[in-house]
Design a protein around this ligand. Structure first.
Ligand SMILES: [Fe+2]
Length: 350
């Protein structure tokens, strides 16, 4: 996908270039084979957007992290040069400002920002919580949802009308000192440009940021247990993102709504709990993350299967990220780890 942007001035006028800063996540556990859980809301709020981002899990395909920014300091612009970004808004609202125009976002929105997009964010208040993914391949809607022409098929759980695309293009025909923080391969480069980066008078093409709400994901349900791909929201190279939304449970008269224990040999499974009650888990809070590594089975906690019998619907809201290659665990993640989660299926331990 590409777009053509029509600038007032050449986008090449670099005035200064500061020393690069290494912001690569520090790996604590390279090879993880334990079920782990993390308290995402324990990530401390920080004043600035970039500094607030804490990468928790990494592999060569993606980085996954959490951020609790109080604001986006207005003395710089930001560009991720080699990763598409997905910002899932768990708390807060605001306006994404880009050279393509602006996108208003709120609770429940996935904001997709293609690599190379220069942006700033106006947060409406200081209490913001964001789950983010940096993907080193394009983040796309699943191909099986689309027809030959790229249009979403009618059985897709969402369609074009759900996409919030950039609006209200503002053109800043200004010269001065404009700092752009550019992230590439875990290094932050600080560039000073002569022209305002939002000097675009118009653009066309298919590469642009957009947002889509998890609340616009229409769940697909069945008489018996539907497998996880039914929840798929996005795909990229070697990982998928799924939306678990309020829905009817399996409605066969003898269905047991709790999922069966399963051996995820194809992916690590990372679940981020957003809201509602989580039928298959005990002791889960909002913002909590579970990571079930590929290679060992996992499934409902003790009591969850019995609890589920006769239930008609779930209010759970969660985002699942399944990296097909194992993720390493960072030092930041260990700071918010829940002790002993891997033993939580032992009956005495609940
Ligand atoms: Fe699972």
């Amino acid at each position: 996908m590409s777009s053509l942007l029509y600038h007032h001035y050449p986008p090449t006028c670099v005035k200064e270039y500061d020393d690069p800063v290494n912001v690569r996540p520090k790996i604590a556990v390279d090879d993880n084979m334990k079920a782990l859980s993390f308290k995402g809301f324990d990530i401390k709020p920080e004043k600035d957007f970039i500094e607030s981002r804490k990468t928790l899990f990494v592999n060569n395909d993606l980085h996954i992290g959490l951020a609790a920014p109080e604001e986006f300091s207005k003395d710089y612009f930001y560009k991720n040069a080699d990763a598409d970004e997905m910002l899932f808004i768990h708390k807060g609202s605001g306006k994404l400002r880009t050279m393509y125009g602006n996108i208003d976002f709120k609770y429940g929105d996935y904001v997709i920002i293609p690599r190379g997009t220069i942006y700033q964010i106006d947060f409406n208040d200081k209490d913001n919580k964001i789950l983010y993914v940096e993907s080193f391949s394009p983040i796309l809607t699943p191909e099986r949802y689309r027809n030959y022409f790229g249009q979403h098929l009618e059985h897709s759980p969402f369609c074009e009308r759900d996409f919030k695309i950039p609006k209200d293009l503002q053109t800043f025909d200004e010269k001065g000192d404009f700092k752009i923080q550019i992230k590439k391969r875990g290094i932050m480069y600080s560039y000073l440009y002569e022209n305002h980066p939002f000097d675009v008078v118009g653009w066309d093409g298919f590469n642009y940021p957009y947002a889509i709400s998890i609340f616009d994901f229409e769940p697909l349900t069945g008489r018996i247990h539907m497998p996880p791909p039914i929840h798929q929201q996005f795909e990229a190279n070697n990982f998928v993102i799924c939306s678990f939304v309020p829905r009817l449970y399996d409605y066969h008269p003898e269905a047991i709504p709790a999922p069966y224990h399963h051996s995820n040999v194809d992916a690590d499974e990372l679940l981020y709990y957003v809201d509602g009650d989580f039928m298959s888990r005990n002791n889960i809070q909002k913002g909590q993350i579970t990571l079930h590594p590929g290679g060992i089975p996992h499934g409902p906690h003790p009591g969850a299967i019995e609890r589920s019998v006769g239930q008609k619907e779930t209010k759970e809201l969660a985002v699942m990220i399944d990296p097909f290659k194992p993720v390493s665990i960072t030092e930041e993640a260990l700071k918010i780890e829940v002790d002993g989660y891997y033993k939580s299926w032992i009956t005495d331990n609940k």
